[in-house]
Design a protein around this ligand. Structure first.
Ligand SMILES: C[S@@+](CC[C@H](N)C(=O)[O-])C[C@H]1O[C@@H](n2cnc3c(N)ncnc32)[C@H](O)[C@@H]1O
Length: 241
């Protein structure tokens, strides 16, 4: 998978690309993340890429021609071009799973007041990372790239991704590590029992109970098995069906 990121601040990505799991995934050639300086596509000898909005108003807008040129340079038949924007569909794990099956993702980062709206004619998708406004699309681009990268085979243990919160709709069960007890605060007994069947049952129930307690809104999107329905009833969930 290749992720191309178009930005006027490539330095934002220094730590992201050179740290931990993403660094290793790049070194192992499981993913390539390439940065493109939008100013290199400026039509202005001072590399300016923004101007005042037609019709007046505050702030500076990023111009259409540099985006037009960079998209036409990078796009192939396999690309999906994504504009990061607070006006987009909300990014979530389901969208990350879909994107992880693509071969080539192009992420466009806006800044300042945003981008000339003609760019919307060139994109395949507009994604928002949440209902709030950031100063630029660089952090959203890192969020999308990071979430998608860890779903690519080999980047992390497959089992670990499969069991992650939201991957199958549920939140993950609570996890504990050594020491077994600290200042009288103990880990649940079942986890040190060595009984794998009991542990598995406990985890399943804990995952469902957590989802009910913390994010009951997620449950309506899950196709429940008979066993999951039983556990939900046990923890007090009242289904509307
Ligand atoms: C200050 S914002 C522009 C907001 C724009 N004036 C509006 O009201 O829709 C500058 C850039 O940050 C990025 N951005 C801000 N909030 C975002 C969000 N929630 N999700 C994704 N990108 C965001 C976008 O790339 C946007 O072009």
């Amino acid at each position: 998978m290749i992720i191309d990121i178009v930005t006027i601040f490539p330095e934002f990505f220094d730590a992201f690309l050179n740290t931990s799991i993403i660094k290793r995934a790049i070194e192992a050639k499981l993913i390539a993340i390439r940065l493109h300086q939008l100013r290199d596509y400026s039509h202005n000898k001072h590399k300016k890429i923004d101007d005042t909005p037609y019709g007046g108003g505050a702030g500076m807008l990023m111009q259409f021609p540099p985006f037009y040129d960079v998209i036409h340079k990078l796009r192939t038949e396999e690309s999906i071009v994504i504009l990061l924007s607070p006006q987009g569909q909300l990014f979530n794990q389901q969208k990350a799973i879909e994107l992880s099956n693509r071969k080539h993702i192009i992420l466009l980062c806006g800044h300042y007041e945003g981008i000339d709206a003609r760019v919307e004619q060139l994109i395949d998708m507009e994604l928002s990372i949440g209902d709030y406004v950031l100063t630029g699309g660089e952090i959203p681009a890192m969020i999308v790239a990071d979430t998608v990268a860890r779903l690519i085979k080999g980047v992390i243990h497959e089992e670990s991704a499969e069991e992650d919160s939201l991957q199958k709709g549920w939140l993950k069960y609570p996890q504990y590590t050594k020491p077994e007890s600290y200042k009288g605060v103990k880990v649940p007994e079942v986890l040190i029992s060595g009984n794998h069947a009991l542990i598995e049952n406990w985890r399943k129930e804990a995952s469902i109970e957590r989802t009910f307690q913390k994010r009951p809104d997620l449950i309506k999107n899950i196709k429940l098995t008979e066993n999951e329905r039983k556990i939900l009833n046990k923890v007090g969930f009242k289904s509307k069906e």
